[in-house]
Ligand binder design. Structure first.
Ligand code: NAP
Ligand code: MG
Length: 502
């Protein structure tokens, strides 16, 4: 790529990485081109220029990667390592992520469009801390001893216990909105459990996964433990999840693709975890300070340009406060400065791709055609780059498409409600169930509402809080299984029951 426009804005490591000709696949700790020689371009959404040329893995490359992961599990040093050795490798990797956080954040920004400052403070901090958290679990994987009764053999005695064993070779398929962070959610528990991995980043954002590959080599992971295949969904992702050598698929992405992956997994009885889309409600109760609610609601939708699976994309405000809160959110939206992720002053960065920008703008149009009014934003930003203005739509009801479908952009729909039961019904009137937030200091009503909400996470006076130790995942069509916390680790382990007759 032509680096002249940004060279002064990025570290030497970032510039050197971007200047490399073709970014190759990581298979068996070797950087290799695709067998077909095919490559694809990844685009910088702020400049609309090519940010890198990346190897395009097809089914034969995927097969090589899966075989490498299998060998590493069955025959390599990885399978013989102690839990403490796995832990120490993961801690080394976490330290390397910290040491390279600026470069990783810059690459994430150049590939995805997001703010470097936020990518460093949020994404990369969470990646390093997540590896540390999961490294700790490596030495704490325990089975149990059981006093079995065996009533059909009177007098029989058995020593019975369970072993937790790695589920095997894991296919990790991840989206483009938090490219490295979501990859870490798969790699962390897989490595802690002793699995090996084939990671497929999204075609829009392959760069940080490939940079992480370098750090994985530097940390000293044995060959084949982590393999990285770049490419697209049909040619790379689909053969990976359908490969009979895969024991578990961990997928984060859209509900539509997730369903396809679930079906493909069942054919081989491959275990699967699906973290899918959302349409998460933000519920403002009438005791809430309107300015606090407005700022909270704005952050809930506009962070990462709304490209957040648990973005607060539906705002429900008590009718008494509706005009005031919506007015404040609109003012915040209108005041946000659009600009590239490399500009520390910019508050709204470009969306990931031209296609995504168009999709979001189409949704705004659909909303307007169905009767919505835009009180802020309403279309794309001017000039080069895939910008969409932060948009607030009113005159919307729950049956409008903009209130039902995941837009995955900086578009908020705001709706009034009358009472607590009504807002719970409205909040749940969606196929999704990823997150929900409640804004209020009225403990009684907050506690009444929490059990009513069909969502994997409920935040009170905050939105989209995440931590390595707290399970995250969806109810309903937002997914199956949990990332993060102890629950995530369990999904990478099999349970073996052992019976010893005494
Ligand atoms: P996507 O289109 O579903 O793609 C996700 C990943 O799956 C990409 O790597 C994609 O590859 C790959 N893929 C596509 N078709 C495939 C197939 N047939 N078989 C195997 N892999 C396939 O999602 P996205 O547009 O990247 O991301 C946005 C979506 O992710 C949103 O719906 C969002 O809500 C969801 N998300 C959920 C969470 C969560 O934790 N619940 C977190 C973040 C995002 P290519 O892109 O290379 O084609
Ligand atoms: Mg890109």
């Amino acid at each position: 790529m032509d680096l002249s426009a940004i060279r002064h804005l990025v570290t030497e490591q970032t510039a050197a990485f971007l200047a490399a000709g073709e970014h190759r696949l990581l298979i068996d700790n070797e950087w290799v081109p695709a067998l077909s020689g095919a490559t694809f371009e990844t685009i910088n959404p702020a400049t609309e220029e090519v940010a890198g040329r990346v190897a395009f893995a097809g089914p034969a490359d995927v097969d090589r990667a899966v075989q490498s992961a299998r060998r590493a599990l069955d025959d390599g040093p990885w399978g013989r390592m102690t839990p403490a050795q796995r832990q120490n490798l993961m801690l080394r990797l976490a330290d390397l992520v910290d040491a390279n956080a600026q470069t990783l954040a810059e690459l994430e920004s150049i590939d995805n469009g997001k703010s470097v400052a936020l990518a460093k403070a949020v994404d990369m901090t969470l990646v390093a801390e997540f590896f540390r958290y999961m490294a700790g679990w490596a030495t704490k994987i325990e089975g149990s001893t059981i006093d079995a009764s065996v009533p059909f053999i009177p007098g029989a005695k058995f020593m019975t216990y369970t072993r937790r064993e790695p589920v095997g070779v894991v296919a990790a398929v991840v989206p483009w909105n938090f490219p490295l962070l979501v990859a870490s959610w798969k790699l962390g528990p897989a490595l802690a459990a002793g699995c090996t991995v084939v990671l497929k980043p999204a075609e829009q954002t392959p760069l940080t996964a490939l940079y992480l590959g370098r750090l994985i080599l530097e940390a000293g992971f044995p060959p084949g433990v982590v393999n990285i295949v770049t490419g697209d969904g049909p040619s790379t992702g689909a053969p990976l999840v359908a490969h009979p050598g895969i024991n578990k698929v961990s997928f984060t992405g859209s509900t539509e693709v997730g369903k396809r992956i679930g079906h493909a997994s069942i054919d081989n009885m491959t275990r699967f975890t699906l973290e899918l889309g959302g349409k998460s409600p933000v519920i403002v109760l009438d005791d809430c300070d309107p300015a606090t609610a407005a700022q909270g609601a704005a952050n809930a939708i506009f962070f990462n340009q709304g490209q957040v699976c648990c973005a607060g994309s539906r705002l429900y405000i008590h009718k008494k406060q509706f005009d005031r809160v919506v007015g404040d959110v609109a003012k915040i939206a209108d005041g946000m400065r659009l600009g590239p992720g490399l500009d520390p002053q910019a508050q709204i960065n470009p969306l990931v791709s031209r296609e995504q920008m168009q999709r979001v703008c189409d949704y705004i149009q659909i909303g307007l055609e169905q009767g919505a009014t835009a009180v802020a934003g309403g279309g794309r930003g001017e000039g080069t780059g895939y910008y969409v203005k932060p948009t607030v739509l009113v005159d919307v009801s729950n049956d409008h498409r903009v209130a039902r479908e995941e837009i995955f952009g900086p578009v908020l729909v705001a709706m009034p409600y009358d009472d607590l039961d009504e807002v719970a019904r409205q909040a749940n009137d969606t196929p999704y169930g990823l997150g929900a937030s409640i804004w209020s200091n009225d403990l009684t009503r907050v506690h009444r509402l929490i059990p009513k909400l069909q969502a994997g996470s409920v935040w009170v006076n905050s939105h989209a809080m995440l931590d390595a130790s707290v399970p995250f995942g969806g109810y309903k069509q937002s997914g199956i299984g949990r990332d993060m916390g102890r629950a995530a680790l369990d999904a990478y382990l099999e349970t073996k029951a052992v019976w010893i007759a005494l």
